[in-house]
Each structure stands twice: as structure tokens, then as C-alpha cells.
Design a protein around this ligand. Structure first.
Ligand code: TNX
Length: 507
């Protein structure tokens, strides 16, 4: 028995490597009725690997080289799996999600060399460290259509992410149809940042994304950003939104980038933040929030609705807190758990159980740590998105053509080397997990998105999934393992950034 590094990201909880490899050939049959079987067969074919076929129904006697997929309800850790490769492959999921993750691990293990396709003989027992392993896609600054979102789901679920947070509204556009307020999409969806074309999801589109995500074991978390980031709401319904309140940073940035300033009632195409707010002291605003939350809740099977809360820079603290308390309660009344950016933790009476999303720095500044801690004091929990580590929209290097720099320049190593339980002074159990956001001001196409997301999302996936302490939870081990993902990404047409600090492999 030898212990060596397998080409796996995220690193599994426990691995024993045996000598030798098991050939993968086109005579192999995949046993079991799980949908994961089709996912395995199709993905291997896209790699140019052997064309596996499903075993006959009821045939549960694996021949050498076959692959057996099954779930075992006795399994303890949810989403976990075991994978044994001897003269055949056995993957046992604790549940269907675990089986899906076991298949993703097998796909990473499958390699082609001069002797053909094979997998190493090994025993893996695996389960996630955190229940919440998220990625966020901002479809408001730039819009990405259903097929692009599905491709994003494929590539991120393959890294064992299980939450897809869609940022569905912002100053630049409103991206999901709401029957009771139809002008949102009719008037406020056609444009995007920098004057690019917009778009929106019909309710059927949205349900299609939800179902596709579920088939890859991802829960969709829809976000409607409130009370700020609502300029687009005012283009459709001027009576709901205050006149823009400019701040110095916004004016300077607009000058530097040659971007227009926001004008009430007109589409906003710049990147400035903090200038908009719904009318917090008007009851009509809460009719609006209630309707939007209800319609979203009706088509969202997952437990969460995110109501934003970031960067309300032109709003008094008193008004902001008032809004935070009412809006989180509206989500609770709709039967969902509210999620909010950490600023909403400033409100003393935020609804109990609200989940906070921390987007401050690894070393917190200002009131951010206290705001985040208040969610825990109110019986909620925290998702960690430290901006100077987990923000996928920051540049890799100062001269990288895409991305922003306000939080940090984040190379792959910086994305990898941070610990989500070490940022705030809250009990470890209060940390639900990690989320890596992709804000889309600078990404005009899904290709642009992918270059910022990959490979750094793989670093966040390992932080969210893998044990905190393990001999191979090191940058040196990670960069070697990360390099082995290149042929998988190429086969899927994922446009990753071939960062120079990673030894990328060909096959
Ligand atoms: C801050 S992070 C924002 C977004 C921007 C992002 C750009 C957060 C909750 N708000 O409005 O898109 O910076 O990095």
C-alpha cells in the first residue's frame, strides 16, 4: 500500500492508494438506476474516453472493469460517498448527492496514457466539511441566458459546489419575471452594464434553471437586492424609488471610467454603487417586496431567499434598519429563510434565523464583524465570502484584462490560503460554509466569466469541502492537483485562466 497524491480537487476526506490501475474500456457496464450513471457515461464520452454502456436492469453482478453505482441509506454523513477501485469500481453514495460526487471523483481519476484509459486502484471515503458550498453569478450587471447558466452549473457542481446564488436584480437591470409587477421585466431588463444587451428569465426559464440545478444537486438561492441597488426598479415603477443620491466615490469613478451618472427613471449603464434606494417609509414598497418574495418563493423549492442589503450608502441607518427588519420578516412570512449581506446585521430586530453573508475582508474592518456576529446572536448563521480571498471578480494580476481591484488582487494562491472560521469571532458551528461570488460589471460574455471563475473556484471548493487539516491541504499539493483539471475543463469547453503558477497537464 502506498500513499500518493491523486489528481483530485477538492481533496477527499480519506484516501488509500493501492498499487496498479484498472483499465477503463468500452466493454465496461455501469450498474445501477441512478441518474448519475448517465452523467458519468456522457462526461467520459465528451473527454474522448471509452463509450461505457448501462448494464441491463437488475444485472447486479459486476464483471471486472464494470462500475457499480448505488446509494446506501444507512450512510451517516449526508452528501458523502465511498469509492473503491479494485478489479471493478464500487461507488456507494450516502444519498443521491453523494453518489453524484463519487462520480465526479471517478471522472477526475480517469486518465488516458499510452496504454489507454484507466483509473488508479484506491479506496476513498469522503464527505464535505461544510454544508454550504456556494457560487454566485451576477446576472444583473450582465445577463447570462439559461444555457449559459446550465453550463456554469455543470462546471461548478463538478467541483462539489451545492449552492447557486443568482443575483437577479441590481441598478442596471431586473432579470426575472414577476407577474404582479410586469413592468420590471418589460421596461428594466433590456439593458446591461456598459450599454450591453440585457435579458430576463421567464418563470419557465427560472423553473428550468431550478430543475437543472437540482439534477446536479445544487440549491438555487435567488437574490433580489434591496433596499439599495434598485435603480432599475425605478425605471419601471418610479413611485417606488428615491431620487439618486450620489457619493464621492461614485462621482470620481464615473469620471475615471467615463461613465454617466445615474438619472432617475432612465436606464443606468455605469458601475457605480450606493446611489439608489426604494422608498422605505412608503407602504407601497412593502406591497412590492411582499409580492416579489411571494412569487419567488412559489417557484423556489430551496429554503432561502436572499434580499440583498449591501451598500445602501444614501440611506440613513435608522431607515435602513427599519427596512431590514421588515424585509427579513416578509421572507419568514413567505415560509423561507432570509439571507442578507452582512450590513443587515446592523438592525437590532432582524428576523430570527436570518443567514448573513459576510463580504468584508479576511481581517474585518469597521463594523463588519459586529454586523455579521449579530446574525448569530439572532439565531442565524453565516456564509463566508471574504472579499480579498473569495471574490471571483477581482483581477488575478494587476494587468489582467478582466475584473476589478477594490478588494485585492487575488492570485490562485491567495484564493486558496484563507480559513473561513478564522475571520470572525463566532463559534465554528455558526459558519454554514463558503460562497464565491462573481460580479459581472466587467464580464460581457460567459467566456469572460469562466476566465475569472476558473481556476479560483476550485480553490474555494477545496476550502468548502475538504478537511481543514490534512497533509495535502497545502498550496504545493493543491497546485499540482489543480493542474490535472485542465483536460477536464478543455473537454467541457470551460475557458479557464491558465495561470502561470499552476503546472497544467495535457491529459
Ligand atoms: C460590491 S459585494 C458589491 C457589488 C459589486 C462588487 C464588485 C457586494 C455585496 N456588493 O455591488 O458588484 O462589490 O466587486
Amino acid at each position: 500500500m502506498v500513499l500518493t497524491t491523486l489528481p483530485l480537487v477538492p481533496l477527499p476526506a480519506a484516501v488509500v492508494v493501492h498499487e496498479g490501475r484498472m483499465p477503463l474500456t468500452a466493454t465496461a457496464r455501469v450498474h445501477g438506476s441512478s441518474p448519475a450513471a448517465g452523467i458519468l457515461i456522457d462526461a467520459l464520452a465528451r473527454r474522448g474516453g471509452p463509450a461505457l454502456s448501462p448494464a441491463d436492469a437488475g444485472d447486479d453482478a459486476p464483471a471486472p472493469g464494470d462500475i457499480v453505482l448505488r446509494t446506501d441509506a444507512e450512510g451517516s454523513a449526508s452528501e458523502g460517498y465511498s469509492l473503491r477501485i479494485g478489479d471493478h469500481v464500487d461507488i456507494v453514495g450516502d444519498d443521491e448527492a453523494g453518489l453524484f460526487y463519487g462520480v465526479q471523483t471517478l471522472l477526475q481519476l480517469a486518465r488516458q496514457d499510452d496504454d489507454g484509459w484507466s483509473v488508479p486502484r484506491t479506496e476513498i471515503t469522503d464527505a464535505p466539511r461544510f454544508p454550504h458550498r456556494g457560487v454566485m453569478l451576477d446576472v444583473a450587471r450582465h445577463f447570462f441566458d439559461v444555457s449559459e447558466v446550465k453550463k456554469f452549473i455543470d462546471a461548478t457542481s463538478a467541483l462539489k459546489f451545492n449552492r447557486l446564488h443568482l443575483h437577479l436584480s441590481d441598478d442596471q437591470g431586473w432579470r426575472v419575471h414577476i407577474d404582479s409587477w410586469p413592468l420590471l421585466t418589460e421596461l428594466s431588463s433590456t439593458t446591461a452594464a456598459s450599454g450591453d444587451a440585457g435579458g430576463f428569465y421567464t418563470k419557465d426559464d427560472y423553473r428550468d434553471i431550478v430543475a437543472y440545478a437540482a439534477s446536479r444537486h445544487m440549491i438555487l438561492i435567488p437574490e433580489i437586492d434591496l433596499p439599495g441597488h434598485t435603480h432599475a426598479v425605478g425605471v419601471a415603477y418610479p413611485e417606488l424609488v428615491e431620487a439618486p443620491v450620489l457619493n464621492d466615490a461614485l462621482v470620481t469613478q464615473a469620471e475615471n471610467l467615463g461613465q454617466p451618472l445615474p438619472v432617475a427613471g432612465e436606464s443606468y449603464l455605469g458601475w457605480g454603487v450606493g446611489h439608489s434606494s426604494v422608498r422605505i417609509r412608503e407602504e407601497r414598497t412593502y406591497d412590492f417586496v411582499r409580492d416579489v418574495v411571494r412569487e419567488l418563493a412559489e417557484m423556489t423549492p430551496g429554503p432561502y431567499i436572499h434580499i440583498g442589503g449591501d451598500e445602501s450608502l444614501g440611506t440613513s441607518q435608522e431607515d435602513f434598519d427599519h427596512f431590514a427588519e421588515r424585509a427579513t420578516q416578509i421572507v419568514v412570512d413567505a415560509g423561507k429563510t432570509p439571507v442578507a449581506w452582512h450590513e443587515m446585521g446592523a438592525a437590532a430586530g432582524i428576523a430570527e434565523g436570518t443567514v448573513g453573508q459576510y463580504w468584508g475582508m479576511k481581517i474585518p474592518t469597521g463594523a463588519h464583524a459586529a454586523e455579521a456576529a449579530h446574525f448569530v446572536e439572532r439565531g442565524g448563521a453565516l456564509i463566508m465570502s471574504a472579499a480579498d480571498a473569495a471574490y471571483l471578480d477581482m483581477k488575478y494580476t494587476a494587468d489582467f484584462p478582466l475584473g476589478l481591484t477594490w478588494a485585492a488582487i487575488i492570485d490562485v494562491r491567495t484564493a486558496y490560503e484563507w480559513e473561513p472560521t478564522a475571520v470572525l469571532e463566532v463559534p465554528d458551528e455558526a459558519i454554514l460554509g463558503v460562497e464565491a461570488p462573481l460580479w459581472s460589471e466587467t464580464t460581457r460574455t460567459i467566456d469572460d466569466v469562466e476566465q475569472l471563475v476558473f481556476p479560483r473556484a476550485a480553490a474555494e471548493a477545496e476550502i468548502a469541502w475538504s478537511p481543514k487539516h490534512a497533509p495535502e491541504r497545502t498550496w504545493e499539493s493543491f497546485r499540482g492537483r489543480l493542474g490535472t483539471l485542465a483536460p477536464l475543463w478543455k473537454a467541457e469547453g470551460v475557458r479557464f485562466h491558465p495561470s502561470a503558477d499552476i503546472p497544467w497537464s495535457d491529459r
